[in-house]
Design a protein around this ligand. Structure first.
Ligand SMILES: [Zn+2]
Length: 335
């Protein structure tokens, strides 16, 4: 993803506490499913398990579209979702990169409790960047993407491991989007470069939104995870999330802060960051919130971003535990 448009930062912190309260008191259950929400205890998110899923992905090598490493990792992800009991499908397609090369992409979709109408969407991108354009050393080589790519997927895999074992009384779809990170090289830090002003990022989610594999798909809301595994991660309230899914943002951040994670989920709004959720919000009309590592104090992502430092050494299980626990609370207890 690329940097936010700070210049059109419009922050609306108009969150109604009353609304959140009544939301959380409402049993997030379709009565037709015949389940009783009160008996649900949120399962424990296992950070060691999620860390192993990061290792598994990185072990394939960079997951760049049109490479064997990419395709091998796709098989792994499909098998994992099936192992966890999800009805799993792969949306294959071809998209054009800014380089004018055609990319064979795979959006991987795992559906838990497919029959339920009331659903939520959890997503992350699974590809890794084809270049290290912010690294002075070997900038043309692909990055490992332990954080930028693998960490979000790993948190969702660990969540997926629990979903069939402990029924959340809601349908959950996990989608791993391809080709998020095949955008134009970033020539500036902080403010967006003019070359970024196109649609070269998020090619997999754009394809998914324009070619919906599930007709009439309308989850209540979605959560996108991106770069959720580095030490001292900071997750501000991101601009497009605030624009399209403000009540969901406020509820997630309140939940995180009530769990004691205010150090990570900060009460700071930033401009819109082009990421998969932007296209899902704008094309599909599904309110999706981005939980993304971006430090407003430095007006930048972490120093690992789009460099060869984005490897296992920067992954901190504690950050994944925090993000995993927040997501699990929302899935099992509602917003
Ligand atoms: Zn990236």
């Amino acid at each position: 993803m690329r940097n936010p448009f700070i210049f059109f930062m419009i922050i609306i912190i108009a969150f109604s506490c009353g609304e959140s309260e009544s939301e959380s008191n409402k049993p997030p259950v379709d009565p037709k499913d015949g389940m009783n929400i009160k008996s649900i205890i949120t399962p424990t998110f296992n950070a060691d398990s999620s860390f192993q899923y990061v290792i598994d992905q990185v072990d394939f090598g960079p997951r760049v579209p049109n490479t064997p490493e990419h395709d091998s990792c796709a098989v792994y992800l499909v098998n994992k979702l099936r192992e966890f009991g999800a009805e799993t499908m792969v949306q294959k397609g071809t998209v054009m990169a800014y380089t004018n090369s055609a990319l064979s992409i795979q959006n991987i979709i795992g559906r838990f409790y497919k029959h339920r109408k009331k659903r939520i969407l959890l997503c992350a991108h699974w590809d890794s960047r084809h270049i290290a354009d912010r690294d002075p050393i070997n900038p043309n080589g692909p990055i490992e993407g332990a954080n930028d790519g693998a960490s979000g997927v790993a948190v969702l895999l660990e969540i997926g491991r629990h979903l069939m074992k402990t029924d959340p009384n809601i349908g959950v779809d996990i989608i791993f989007f391809d080709a998020e990170d095949y955008g134009t090289p970033q020539l500036t830090v902080g403010m967006s470069a003019l070359s970024d002003m196109d649609n070269s990022w998020c090619l997999g989610s754009q394809y998914w939104a324009k070619n919906p594999p599930i007709s009439g798909y309308k989850p209540q809301f979605g959560i996108l995870l991106d770069m959720v595994g580095a030490s001292n991660a900071v997750f501000p309230k991101e601009g497009f999330s605030l624009k399209y899914a403000n009540p969901v943002v406020q509820a997630i951040w309140s939940k995180a802060q009530s769990l004691g994670y205010g150090k990570y989920f900060i009460n700071k709004a930033v401009g819109g960051i082009t990421d998969d959720h932007k296209y899902i919000n704008e094309i599909s009309g599904i309110p999706v919130v981005d939980i993304i590592h971006y430090n407003p104090a430095k007006s930048d992502f972490g120093i690992f971003h789009h460099t060869h430092n984005d490897n296992l050494s920067i992954i901190d299980k504690e950050t994944m535990r925090v993000v995993g626990n927040v997501c699990m609370e929302i899935i099992y207890q509602g917003l």
